[in-house]
Design a protein around this ligand. Structure first.
Ligand code: AMP
Length: 293
């Protein structure tokens, strides 16, 4: 794909073997189409790279807002990490460029939009759909962990759906490239494991916990430790106050898997490669990783 080969994660102009400079991306390289959505720091547009005709999503972030919220460092880390990842269930970041006021991220276009909206529309997913999504996320996280990347913010708002119905992890704003155990508190409370809400050391197994929370939310429509007050969510997470409501009806195999992921002691959580062999996953997953409705 031309754009992937062209796009560079760095803004610096490249030189080819003959020493001739290849140009940087600019806004002139793109035809801008309809707005796809609005984020906290700017807007996302459908766009077409003029030379290759490749369709992308162009995320436009305002520097002033990034500076005000002191997230420039976080954005740099996100770009650095996401631009190096190549997996069918991870949204590609082809490159970036900037002008005086804005930073532009050239992203893979996820034609079917936000998973969050789908979940709101359906209230909760079927076991086949949930298992297909959970398995594809497990594969993407196994890949991330093999590259020493912990995502740390797996939740429906950070997942997009591609043209074929495949899930794409889209937001690496809280991810870290790590060889050590971490102590930073980040992400939304609902999806955080006990060791992160308590700001003690954590490692890649935080993503197993968040995937367990997500699996529960796919099947029940609400996250497991939800409470009116922040302090109650905190307490429920730390105590692993896990309850399965009678409705919607969910199989005992699914509950068994969730119970093996939402374990306080992080070393006891079901490893992701074992998750892929769990009977609930094996029986329900669409091996293509695509939910066909
Ligand atoms: P964000 O700033 O990442 O929260 O993006 C704002 C909204 O734009 C999202 O909620 C999506 O609806 C949409 N969006 C962002 N990135 C993409 C993409 N790569 N493909 C399609 N829609 C996107």
């Amino acid at each position: 794909m031309a754009i992937a080969a062209e796009a560079q994660p760095q803004q610096k102009a490249r030189t080819d073997v003959s020493g001739a400079e290849k140009k940087r991306w600019t806004l002139n390289d793109f035809d801008i189409g309809k707005p796809l959505g609005r984020g906290k720091f700017g807007h996302v547009y459908l766009a077409r790279e003029k030379r290759s005709n490749h369709i992308v999503a162009l995320k436009v972030l305002f520097k002033s807002q990034l500076q005000q919220s002191q997230v420039e460092h976080q954005l740099r880390r996100e770009v650095e990490i996401q631009s190096h990842l190549r997996h069918p269930n991870i949204l590609r970041l082809y490159g970036y460029f900037y002008d005086q006021k804005r930073v532009y991220l050239i992203l893979e276009y996820a034609a079917k939009g936000e998973l969050y909206k789908e979940l709101q529309k359906c209230k909760y997913f079927s076991e086949r759909r949930a298992a297909t999504y959970v398995a594809s996320l497990a594969r993407a996280l196994i890949y991330c962990h093999s590259k020493h990347v912990i995502h740390r913010d797996i939740k429906p708002e950070n997942l997009l759906i591609g043209a074929q119905g495949e899930l794409k992890i889209a937001d690496f704003g809280w991810s870290v490239h790590t060889f050590n155990r971490r102590r930073t508190m980040c992400g939304t409370l609902d999806y955080l494991p006990p060791e992160m809400v308590q700001s003690v050391e954590h490692d890649a197994s935080v993503d197993i916990w968040s995937l367990g929370v997500l699996c529960y939310e796919f099947l029940y429509g609400i996250p497991p430790f939800e409470a009116k007050e922040h302090s109650d969510t905190y307490r429920r997470i730390v105590q692993v106050d896990l309850k399965f409501p009678p409705k919607p009806i969910v199989s005992s195999a699914a509950k068994d898997l969730i119970s093996q992921m939402l374990v306080k002691d992080s070393v006891e959580r079901l490893p992701l490669h074992k998750l892929l062999e769990h009977p609930w996953i094996v029986q329900n997953v669409d091996p293509s990783g695509i939910f066909r409705g």
